[in-house]
Design a protein around this ligand. Structure first.
Ligand SMILES: NC(=O)C1=CN([C@@H]2O[C@H](COP(=O)(O)OP(=O)(O)OC[C@H]3O[C@@H](n4cnc5c(N)ncnc54)[C@H](OP(=O)(O)O)[C@@H]3O)[C@@H](O)[C@H]2O)C=CC1
Ligand SMILES: Cc1cn([C@H]2C[C@H](O)[C@@H](COP(=O)(O)OP(=O)(O)O[C@H]3O[C@@H](C)C(=O)[C@@H](O)[C@H]3O)O2)c(=O)[nH]c1=O
Ligand SMILES: [Mg+2]
Length: 298
């Protein structure tokens, strides 16, 4: 299948491209410089040139704190971009696979969030991502949005790499223990995309596969619990492991507010899409191996 991938060097795209090739698909991946998905003419040109049979949007504005000061740019990339892709995909009659975030929720629910729960983002990044979900599905109902969370990989910027970097020269790290969620490895999201794409391409409008589905790793933890797992893995590989002290969100001021409860209920992905959550501890091991023993850190 010819697959147009938006984004090329981000976390999910980097894991997806080799898997698409291995599955026999012809992928074309586009990102800046050279391609800007907020420009309608460039999107139209990309569709005309590549004549995709499916589109995967791996591109986004993902700087959560900076988005508070760059709201217009965050909305251009995260809301206008998906709308333009959806419009072009609808004209071409091809499905779109898109990603969104746990940060569309305000985090006040005292249980995992299902797709039926009303989003109410507390920051600009989450608001821009929610707008993108809605605009994409309005423009092209033959779309799937996988809402995921805490994405990590050996590539790009993420919490695993931040922790390992800070752990190199600090004896103690202070990490919030009152924000709950689940890490998700980009490799697992890429596997899910490869599984889903042929099904999306074959599914008619109205098929239950389309819509929003929550897909994160399992089990639930906190950022502090995740940090402890990262350093336990680092220690097993002979790397520095600082003390990880549990703190509260109030002890760690940031520009953007983050939801206290980021847990996503992934039942629908398991039952309707046939994609159950993967254990993030296995993903973490593979990520640490890639970062430490194969020295392929990007
Ligand atoms: N990272 C996370 O923790 C989470 C991510 N997600 C979602 O998953 C998806 C993928 O995230 P992730 O892989 O981490 O993202 P990254 O931040 O690693 O990569 C984003 C990519 O988008 C590209 N991009 C930015 N602006 C444009 C544009 N105008 N046109 C085309 N491409 C553009 C970037 O290119 P360049 O580098 O050249 O700017 C980069 O390749 C996103 O939808 C994100 O919202 C959801 C939950 C958690
Ligand atoms: C570096 C650091 C962070 N923290 C806290 C801040 C924050 O609450 C939490 C995670 O920090 P980060 O800045 O890495 O995470 P953040 O950028 O908020 O990560 C989010 O990115 C976007 C793109 C998403 O879609 C979300 O799912 C989520 O992954 O850990 C500490 O408590 N101590 C530390 O030393
Ligand atoms: Mg880049």
């Amino acid at each position: 299948m010819r697959v147009l991938v938006i984004g090329r060097t981000g976390q999910i795209a980097t894991e997806l491209l080799p898997r698409l090739a291995a599955a026999g698909h012809a992928a074309e991946a586009l990102e800046p410089p050279g391609f800007d998905m907020t420009d309608a003419a460039q999107v139209a040109d990309a569709f005309a040139r590549t004549r995709p049979e499916a589109v995967v949007n791996c591109a986004a504005y993902t700087a959560v704190d900076r988005a508070e000061d760059e709201r217009a740019l965050a909305f251009a990339v995260n809301a206008t971009g998906p709308r333009l892709l959806g419009e072009a995909a609808a004209r071409a009659g091809v499905p779109v696979l898109h990603y969104s975030t746990d940060y569309v929720f305000d985090g006040t629910k005292d249980a995992p969030y299902s797709e039926a729960d009303a989003p109410d983002p507390v920051g600009a990044y989450g608001a821009s991502k929610l707008a993108g979900e809605l605009l994409l599905h309005l423009a092209q109902p033959r779309s799937v949005t996988l809402r995921t969370a805490w994405v990590c990989s050996p590539f790009g910027n993420n919490f695993v790499k931040t922790m390992l970097r800070l752990g190199q020269d600090r004896p103690e790290l202070r990490v919030v223990a009152d924000q709950q969620g689940a890490p998700t490895f980009a490799a697992d999201l890429a596997e899910a995309a490869v599984t889903l794409l042929p099904r999306l391409a074959a599914a008619p409008a109205g098929d239950p596969v389309f819509g929003v589905a929550h897909l994160t790793g399992a089990p639930y933890t906190t950022w502090h619990g995740f940090a402890e797992a990262i350093f336990a893995g680092a220690a097993r590989r002979g790397q520095p492991a600082p003390k990880v002290t549990a703190i509260t969100t109030a002890d760690y001021p940031t520009k953007a507010r983050r939801p206290a409860n980021s847990r996503l209920d992934c039942t629908r992905a398991a039952t309707v899409l046939g994609i159950p959550p993967k254990d993030w501890r296995a993903g973490l091991d593979a990520c640490l191996d890639a970062l430490m023993t194969k020295d392929q850190a990007a």
